[in-house]
Design a protein. Structure first.
Length: 336
């Protein structure tokens, strides 16, 4: 073999090594027991009078976020209080704390009310509080421990969430749209950068816990569990944040992540479908794949089924992705 031939052969072999592994999407079959659990949860949903329609809208990156201005109000209770500026605090570990997620939701609700009143004062109180909670690395960290329902060990204080990073992007995008203050651009870019920190140090993960061949599929985690739990509503909040930032700040980076995220969403949606209700996450699949973990039932929560429908329709309205619309309509038909 000549030297040239050897070089060419080596190049061919190396090229073969670089070929991506073909994706394998596991079969999804709903068992009789899972369907029965879903049917029972439909009854709970109807009994509670839940209706997804309250948050269904044609979504806008500068509009009332999922109609929060009309549907979200934080009122004092045993587990929630308002500080002297009206910022909500939640009771955890024996005292009241500011929670990044709760403050972000309050900010989005006040922005929704601003779109009617034209007075942004309360919105900026909430937005500035959220900004003050962000670390120099762009992370929004929780100051208290939290135990995920699947775990016996709590997440230590300082834990973060892909959902909250996305919701912060939604807040900062709206703050910039209203004020044109460049500090919100700097804040959003930092939040976006931390959002790309790989699990377990940050929220960016993939679908390898669903199948190893799906390592190339992007997913943002709401909770850092091992195996990944793949919480659906938290993931879609992250996607809405990326859309808002790409639209308002003109971030091509956020636009690229959003496109990848929508591709993941369209592929993974069938795994959340329990035949007559949607699952909160995929622990019933990922935990069953681990020999040292006890298999779990699907986690079904009535209010999150409504949120799933509203989020899917919001994302459909800005992407025209028909899979999102068809899934939302199917899931709505389950509870009509």
């Amino acid at each position: 073999m000549t030297r040239t031939s050897a070089i060419l052969l080596a190049a061919v072999l190396l090229a073969g090594c670089d070929k991506p592994i073909s994706e394998h999407w596991p079969e999804h079959t709903v068992t009789e027991a899972q369907r029965k659990l879903a049917d029972d949860t439909v009854a709970e949903y109807k009994k509670a009078g839940i209706d997804a329609a309250a948050r269904v809208q044609s979504y806008s990156a500068v509009g009332d976020f999922l109609n929060y201005g009309k549907t979200v109000n934080h009122r004092p209770s045993d587990t929630l209080k308002l500080d002297d500026q009206g910022v909500p605090m939640i009771f955890q570990a024996g005292r009241f704390f500011y929670s990044p997620g709760t403050v972000a939701i309050a900010a989005l609700a006040e922005h929704g009310r601003y779109t009617v009143s034209k007075d942004p004062a309360k919105f900026f109180i909430m937005a500035n509080k959220l900004l003050s909670m962000m670390g120099s690395d762009g992370a929004l960290r929780y100051p208290y421990p939290y135990r995920h329902y699947t775990s016996i060990q709590s997440l230590a204080p300082g834990w973060t969430s892909g959902m909250d990073q996305g919701m912060a992007l939604s807040v900062f995008a709206r703050a910039y749209d209203v004020s044109k203050d460049k500090k919100w651009i700097k804040a959003g870019e930092k939040a976006l950068k931390f959002m790309q920190t790989p699990f377990p140090l940050g929220p960016r993960s993939n679908l390898a816990d669903l199948d190893p061949s799906l390592k190339g599929k992007l997913f943002y985690l709401e909770y850092y569990t091992a195996p990944n739990s793949y919480t659906l509503n938290g993931y879609m909040f992250a996607l809405l944040g990326l859309y808002d930032w790409s639209t308002v700040a003109g971030s091509s980076e956020a636009a690229g992540y959003f496109e990848q995220g929508i591709d993941t969403l369209t592929h993974i949606l069938p795994y959340y479908d329990m035949g007559s209700f949607s699952a909160y996450d995929l622990t019933y699949i990922t935990y069953s794949k681990q020999p040292f973990l006890i298999p779990r039932k699907p986690h079904l929560v009535p209010r999150y089924h409504a949120m799933h429908i509203a989020q899917l329709l919001a994302l459909w309205s800005v992407t025209n992705n028909q899979t999102l619309k068809a899934t939302a309509e199917k899931w709505q038909s389950y509870v009509q």
